[in-house]
Design a protein around this ligand. Sequence first.
Ligand code: MN
Length: 483
Amino acid sequence: MTPTINELIEKIIANNPNADVDLVWLAYEFAEKAHAEAKRFSGENYIYHPLRTAMTLAEMKLPIPLIIAGLLHDVPEDTDYTINDIKKNFGKDIANMVAGITKLGKIKYRGVERYVENLRKMFIAMAADLRVIVIKFADRLDNLNTLDVHPPHKQTRIAKESLEIYAPIANRLGMGELKGQLEDAAFPYVYPKEYEWVRELVSDTLETKQKHLKGVIRSTKQELKKHKIDYISVHGRTKHMYSLYKKLIRYDKDISRIYDLVAIRIIVKNIADCYTVLGIIHNKFKPIKGRIKDYIAQPKPNGYKSLHTTAFCPDFKEIIEFQARTEEMHWEAEFGIAAHWHYDEEGSVQPDKHLEWVKELANIQKEIATKEKFLESLETLKIDLFQNRIFVFTPKGDVIDLPEEATPIDFAYYVHTDIGNKCSGVKINDEIASLDTKLNNGDVVEIIIDKKRKNPSSDWLKFAKTRHARNKIKNTIKTNRLK
Ligand code: MN
């Protein structure tokens, strides 16, 4: 569905009644004129694509400069107008964003080459200005949604790239909603058979579940009112198809073992209410053992916060997941790093310094000056950035964020290079373990050091997972050999 410019403006004003929308109008007129002669592959007027892209950004309540850059994003690439024309009319900041998007678009390689080059450009663009990536996501989402007019080889390429590069990055930036939308739009093109299988598998289950969900929502609301909890909303959400598919694979394709096919989200006013809600639910429905997760006290590495619990609702003979969160947490869970940008209407948005990962990005970017270098480090990079993360603890209770399958060696080097180099053993949850043990979420890890030790063991490279640890091991061995 293509919005009109009026609908876009209405959306912006609905989100921010004081918004100055004059420049949005001008940008629309500018883009429409620039693309006037052009049709998209489907035969529709070209301007519809930037309009839908801008609408996606407006729905995320993003600042006006991003929405304008969304409207203008294909102008330099596809029309006679240049970045300079954009700069003259809309200023340097918007022109820079559009230039960033244009650069990302120009990738001529094929196959692995293309993949690597694409990933490298994404990292460089991200380190420079994260807003560019978010606009690119919105652009890509519309390309995916209008993919059916293209020949099959092009469909597969674009969809695969979205699944392998765009969605994981969106995930790492905490943009759950966008990640889900990108994946679901790409899924049928990349894995058509699997997509059909999941669709058929859930069609019956889902219908019954959604009917039951309505009932559970009703009785949850009553229960909250009874306990005088002034909730903001109680609503259902259905799991995205692709993430369901991946979960099914992990659960022997047994859909009866997947409890969060549908879930109930309870949005409340403050953190204390989140915990009260959890108590109310456990009092009303029987919680399932081992399914209570406190992501408020221990957020996920991408910043996700919520309380989760799964409970049995006897009236409907249904096991349902409940998620309690504040409005701010909800916003962050859906839009991640971009959730904070709408507070900052004026200034340009710098990468969020609080995100360890974003800091890391700037360093990686420096190291991957050449494509060869990048290819070399690609495997460990993918592990560092795209895998799911685990939390482990130091004996003092500090939380350390590592990729899945990380070992005590990764932990040791994360804490300090010296701890890594002098590592001679490890206690995991108070028990001696070997250094190649894969760490699990929640493990308490204590590194035993040998003060006399000078060199790390090159054997560690066989099981060290993170780029950081691997680099430190290699470098220390190299420098000590030269001494
Ligand atoms: Mn585009």
